[in-house]
Design a protein around this ligand. Structure first.
Ligand SMILES: Nc1nc2c(ncn2[C@@H]2O[C@H](COP(=O)(O)OP(=O)(O)OP(=O)(O)O)[C@@H](O)[C@H]2O)c(=O)[nH]1
Ligand SMILES: [Mg+2]
Length: 247
């Protein structure tokens, strides 16, 4: 094992009988270059995200980015929310998925405008994708814009899209260990929705333990326990949404 970096490389070179030098030590363009590239990508993303946010602020649009594992109930929550609040508050949706228009079609069938972004193989939305989608939407003033991210609890956490708040969605059916296993999702989120609470009688799921785990990671996160299908707990979440809309 290399004494300098701890790697297992065996291909070593001797210099003047001194200690062995690995090829990766001689090449200054190895790992540090990879890190700076990642920084550059995120820097560019953040600039576009800032631009998106300025645009949304000018129109008084409150924008929320929903992040969860596949199947936690993001689209079901949006369908329910549109039915419950759509008459009171104008709502628009940007849908993110690798393939298909399925989620956008579900939203459109509620009568609300939805733009579908297909990322192909990318595991997350980025600010440039949202920038293009914003040009396809005429956002009413003082409205809500929801972005449903690609179903993934890891990659979307690194990308600012220009939203005002991030909402993590987990469902009881996924197990109570999710906050502890995916702490970055909790750290970047302002709100945690614990969905599918109607299934609690059939699951071995400790709701209090899940909430405590999330609060340990981020004490200021707001937690709502809800059921998109039965409507449990949604009024408190709607009150929070309304409290964030400019009067
Ligand atoms: N019992 C129950 N089922 C739910 C609830 N919310 C969603 N579901 C079901 O869970 C499944 C997945 O819901 P979706 O809304 O499609 O989940 P999603 O997060 O949008 O999934 P992706 O877009 O694939 O990431 C569907 O069969 C929903 O009917 C809930 O509160 N309770
Ligand atoms: Mg969906």
């Amino acid at each position: 094992m290399c004494q300098d970096c701890g790697c297992l490389e065996t291909d070593v070179t001797m210099i003047d009988g001194e200690k062995p030098l690995h090829d990766h030590h001689k090449n200054p363009l190895s790992q540090p270059r990879e890190i700076s590239l990642k920084k550059n990508i995120l820097h560019k993303n953040d600039e576009i995200a800032r631009h998106n946010r300025e645009h949304l602020n000018r129109e008084d649009v409150f924008c929320l980015n929903l992040i969860s594992a596949p199947g936690s109930g993001k689209t079901a929550l949006l369908e329910r929310l549109i039915r419950d609040l759509g008459q009171e508050i104008p709502i628009s949706v940007i849908e993110g998925d690798l393939q298909t228009q399925m989620d956008a079609e579900r939203i459109r069938s509620t009568g609300v405008k939805a733009v579908q972004i297909n990322t192909g193989s990318a595991c997350h939305l980025d600010a440039e994708m949202i920038h293009k989608a914003l040009h396809q939407l005429e956002l009413p003033r003082k409205s809500l814009l929801f972005i449903e991210n690609v179903g993934n609890m890891v990659c979307p956490t690194a990308f600012d899209l220009g939203e005002h708040k991030k909402i993590a969605v987990i469902s009881c059916a996924e197990g109570e260990d999710k906050p502890a296993k995916y702490p970055d999702l909790i750290l970047v989120s302002d709100v945690l929705l614990i969905n599918k609470t109607d299934l609690l009688p059939y699951l071995d799921y400790d709701l209090a333990k899940t909430k405590a785990a999330a609060l340990k990671i981020k004490p200021q996160i707001k937690i709502f326990t809800v059921s998109a299908t039965k409507g449990f707990g949604l009024t408190a979440f709607y009150d929070w949404l309304k409290s964030n809309l400019q009067p």
